[in-house]
Design a protein around this ligand. Structure first.
Ligand SMILES: Cc1cc2nc3c(=O)[nH]c(=O)nc-3n(C[C@H](O)[C@H](O)[C@H](O)COP(=O)(O)OP(=O)(O)OC[C@H]3O[C@@H](n4cnc5c(N)ncnc54)[C@H](O)[C@@H]3O)c2cc1C
Length: 485
């Protein structure tokens, strides 16, 4: 294989795929990105529901190679995040590397390279295949009897139907996660009659979201201003991590703050309904920019707690017989977080598929690779930091290691996969870290639901950086591509 033939294929043009694309472009590596939709942006293209704002500081949701001095608010609305991502793709000249409306349906490692197939019937070949397909990408609809019988418009929060007018409709929102909170709050303040159906109350962060001032923007543009601000943000992220992990004074102070938010609900019955029964920090905390607790106290907003028995043409019937008449139904019911690159059919060494590999339990080395699948890398795969950490930051670290591996793979004309021993060591280290954290003992969510070990990164963000900066390449087996399958 001559060096000039070295080639990478990336699936997905969300934040992760674009970050990878820019990095490959800068390294002068030949690559193509396949994107199943007609536009870049992933999450920020698909989720257009009212009330969606980024949950970390806007400044933390930037690609390190493209500062944005112009965020309108401390926490930007989703439309602005999407506009920024599109601008990055345009400014960096990335769109010419992307094949839009072309879904990768299969990838097989054979003859030392990846053979890629797309839904359009095209094929491609690559030395390295990178899945940047998103961890919250595949909408999950609840298995409620009668779901299809609903007479009015009904849609998942990631497929918002903008043709439905807000006014004069009785809205139902199923789900109490971040999307459910933000949608309910937005519809309530818009004056709609809205009922939120919740099984479990969430801790909700009631936060201020001021507009950015010209002073703040100017500060970033002053000599050294941007770098200074980045350092400050990095420190904030590391300090902010500590309370989530183990009990202690920081957690207690945080809990007091959240109780004070709940205490603003005057009606004791409503307050009781919205009081969580699990430790703060167990889930990624929904952020409320327009005071959710005030919104649900409006006369046009209603909270119904319990299990839904069935959906009928005219509304929702609860297990206790309560019936709620509705005109529009929104499923804010989240995503299949463990689908990762599926339904793509990925086949590694000895004909082993990813479904077979993960049949018993989900595993990975650092969230980016797994044994038996040489030169396959994932961005934000299982055990990446998904809890309250800005995703671009985690990506920066993962891409750093992937590029080190690509450098060696390219130089040695080899295929790299983590060894079984290194992967087990990584998983054992994670497993040992969970006792004592908020993620064990009654904490139920998508991180913890798949298997006994929660599928997330249980250490502070600083350790994520350290892990990826220092990961020894000896943790990987490099097989000459001529002998790799
Ligand atoms: C409603 C919502 C709000 C969020 N808010 C925040 C937040 O405030 N802060 C934060 O840090 N994170 C947030 N997240 C997490 C968010 O998903 C990540 O921040 C980030 O956008 C993930 O980027 P990604 O590129 O990995 O995945 P995605 O954005 O999901 O992009 C994946 C891309 O891959 C494409 N694709 C998938 N399969 C294929 C295939 N087989 N072939 C070709 N293309 C394919 C998809 O079409 C998509 O464009 C939020 C997620 C959701 C759902």
């Amino acid at each position: 294989m001559a060096d000039r033939e070295f080639r990478v294929v990336v699936a997905g043009a969300g934040v992760a795929g674009l970050f990878m694309a820019e990095t490959l472009k800068r390294a002068g590596i030949d690559f193509t990105v396949y994107e199943k939709a007609g536009e870049v942006g992933g999450t920020w293209r698909d989720n257009t529901f009212p009330g969606l704002f980024v949950d970390v500081l806007s400044r933390q949701y930037e690609f390190p190679f493209q500062p944005n001095y112009n965020w309108s608010r401390k926490y930007a609305p989703a439309t602005e995040i999407w506009a920024y991502i599109k601008k990055v793709a345009h400014d960096r000249g990335l769109t010419k590397f992307i094949r839009f409306n072309e879904e990768v349906t299969a990838a097989r490692f054979t003859g030392g390279r990846w053979q890629i197939e797309t839904a359009r019937g095209n094929t491609d070949t690559a030395d390295v295949f990178i899945c940047a397909t998103g961890f919250l990408h595949k909408p999950l609809l609840p298995d409620i009897p009668g779901r299809d019988s609903f007479a009015g418009p009904s849609f998942h929060s990631a497929r918002w139907d903008h043709s439905v007018p807000y006014e004069g409709k009785r809205w139902g929102v199923i789900g109490s996660g971040a999307s459910g909170v933000q949608i309910t709050e937005a519809l309530a303040w818009a004056g709609c009659d809205v009922t939120q159906f919740i099984r479990r109350a969430q801790w909700v962060h009631i936060r201020d979201n001021p507009h950015s001032t010209w002073r703040e923007r100017l500060k970033l543009r002053l000599p050294g201003g941007y770098a200074r601000e980045q350092r400050r943000l990095w420190q904030m992220i590391n300090e902010g991590d500590a309370w989530r992990l183990y009990p202690g004074p920081q957690r207690e102070a945080m809990e007091r703050e959240y109780w004070s938010f709940l205490d603003t609900i005057k009606d004791p019955e409503l307050r009781q309904k919205l009081t969580p029964d699990y430790n703060l920090g167990c889930t990624r905390i929904p952020k409320s920019d327009r005071n959710y607790y005030q919104a649900v106290q409006l006369l046009n907003a209603h909270i119904v707690k319990g299990h839904i028995d069935r959906i009928e043409p005219g509304g929702v019937v609860m297990k206790d017989g309560t019936r709620v008449e509705l005109d529009v139904l929104v499923y804010a019911t989240g995503f299949d977080p463990h689908a990762y690159m599926r339904p793509m059919n990925v086949t590694g060494l000895n004909g082993m598929t990813i479904d077979e590999a993960w049949k018993e339990k989900i595993y990975s080395y650092g969230g980016i690779a797994l044994p038996g699948f040489p030169n396959l890398f994932m961005l934000y795969g299982p055990f990446s930091p998904v809890n309250n950490v800005p995703v671009p930051l985690g990506l920066d670290q993962e891409i750093g290691l992937i590029m080190r591996l690509i450098g060696k793979v390219r130089a040695r004309r080899a295929a790299a996969a983590p060894t079984v021993a290194a992967t087990e060591k990584f998983l054992a280290r994670l497993g040992a870290a969970f006792p004592g954290t908020v993620w064990v003992g009654g904490c139920k969510n998508w991180y913890t639901s798949a298997q006994p070990t929660p599928v997330l990164w249980p250490f502070p963000q600083s350790e994520h950086k350290e892990f990826f900066d220092r990961a020894p390449l000896e943790d990987f087996e490099f097989t000459p591509t001529g002998q790799a399958d």
